[in-house]
Write a protein that binds this ligand. Structure first.
Ligand SMILES: [Zn+2]
Ligand SMILES: [Zn+2]
Length: 142
């Protein structure tokens, strides 16, 4: 962890360590605000700027993915292996989709590019939100 911060050219402060700690194995795709709130519980003195510049440095180094699947806010993903995402339009939960699609761009569509990757964003309603909706539909019983 210490070395990771050094690698990205940042001083390993306890606050930054706490950011890395929070992100490690985190599959909830948190926003910068959520990361700030979580770390501020342990380090109330941490500034939003520290969170943003640490995230930016991690992103620049390829150690963090910035996702735009949620139009309301950027979401961050420490899992930089190629994978896709699925967002619930109800609760905005972002799930990982680890599935190898056969996505092929014919040469004339790719315009001469050598394609090195892809990222598919899926939208839907999660089971919990789907159930809530059904309950609302059936009215006041329960
Ligand atoms: Zn949901
Ligand atoms: Zn992900």
């Amino acid at each position: 962890m210490n070395r990771m911060l050094k690698d990205i050219g940042l001083k390993a402060t306890p606050q930054r360590m706490a950011i890395l700690d929070f992100l490690k194995d985190n599959t909830s795709h948190p926003s910068a605000e959520e990361i700030y709130e979580a770390v501020a519980k342990r380090f109330p003195s941490i500034s939003v700027a520290t969170v943003y510049n640490t995230l930016a440095a991690l992103k620049d180094k390829g150690s963090l993915l910035e996702l735009t699947i949620d139009p309301a806010k950027k979401r961050y993903d420490p899992d930089t292996r190629p994978h896709h995402h699925l967002i619930c339009l109800g609760c905005k939960r972002v799930s990982d989709i680890v599935y190898d699609f056969v996505l092929d761009l014919p040469g004339q569509v790719a315009g001469g590019y050598q394609i090195t990757g892809n990222h598919v964003e899926f939208y839907g309603i999660c089971p919990a939100c789907g159930q809530n909706k059904d309950q609302k539909k059936t009215g006041q019983e329960g």
